[in-house]
Design a protein. Structure first.
Length: 202
């Protein structure tokens, strides 16, 4: 197994914290039918203590809290900042770094590791019926992973900007994030990369 000693560094945390933001009250996924319906009705999906009865049949999954955490989140859940930070740290080490170690068979630089783990944090690793940056829903390796394991680092980096859809929609926030993540993967400084993403997709 490669990259056994790698740990997520500052670039990974800064990407995740910049694009996820931290919310201490559970909210529906921005690409969900519930989120869209609440917006249309002029209701704030980010301040939802309970799902209004008129919208109870609409899915808000996956519900999210803290730094983009979707594990064991239910409508109305409230956590503290310490809880959010703890959830983030635990899940990064337990759920997002290991799939990268297991899937990637070439040595990664710190920048490449941070960019890859950050993307896995956002998309999930994939497999088991869901597409992710490492594996497709049917268990086949993604184009990103195939190129990476072939040593085509530039080609792998160019796959990142393709992952900009949620719920079938292209989201500007994801365009900004992938633009920045690609630059970090290629060795760019994270602050400059985030600024470049904002400029590329104003």
């Amino acid at each position: 197994m490669m990259n056994t000693t790698m740990r997520s560094g500052e670039a990974c945390h800064e990407l995740n914290h910049h694009y996820e933001a931290c919310r201490l009250l559970a909210y529906p996924d921005p690409a969900s039918p519930l989120f869209a319906a609440l917006r249309r009705a002029g209701l704030d999906p980010y301040s939802l203590r309970a799902v209004p009865a008129a919208y109870a049949r609409l899915s808000g999954a996956p519900w999210t809290i803290g730094w983009g955490d979707t594990l064991d989140v239910r409508p109305g859940l409230v956590i503290s900042q310490a809880d959010a930070d703890g959830r983030y740290a635990r899940r990064l080490v337990r759920d997002f770094e290991p799939p990268v170690r297991e899937a990637v068979t070439v040595q990664l630089s710190q920048c490449q590791w941070d960019a890859t783990v950050s993307t896995v944090y956002n998309t999930g690793p994939g497999g088991k019926g869901r597409d992710g940056i490492l594996w497709l829903a049917d268990g086949r390796p993604s184009t990103f992973l195939r190129k990476l394991n072939a040593g085509d680092y530039a080609g792998a980096a160019d796959e990142l900007p393709k992952w900009v859809r949620a719920g079938g929609q292209v989201l500007k926030g994801l365009q900004r994030r992938r633009h920045a993540t690609r630059l970090v993967f290629l060795g760019g400084e994270v602050g400059a990369a985030i600024a470049a993403g904002e400029r590329a997709f104003p």
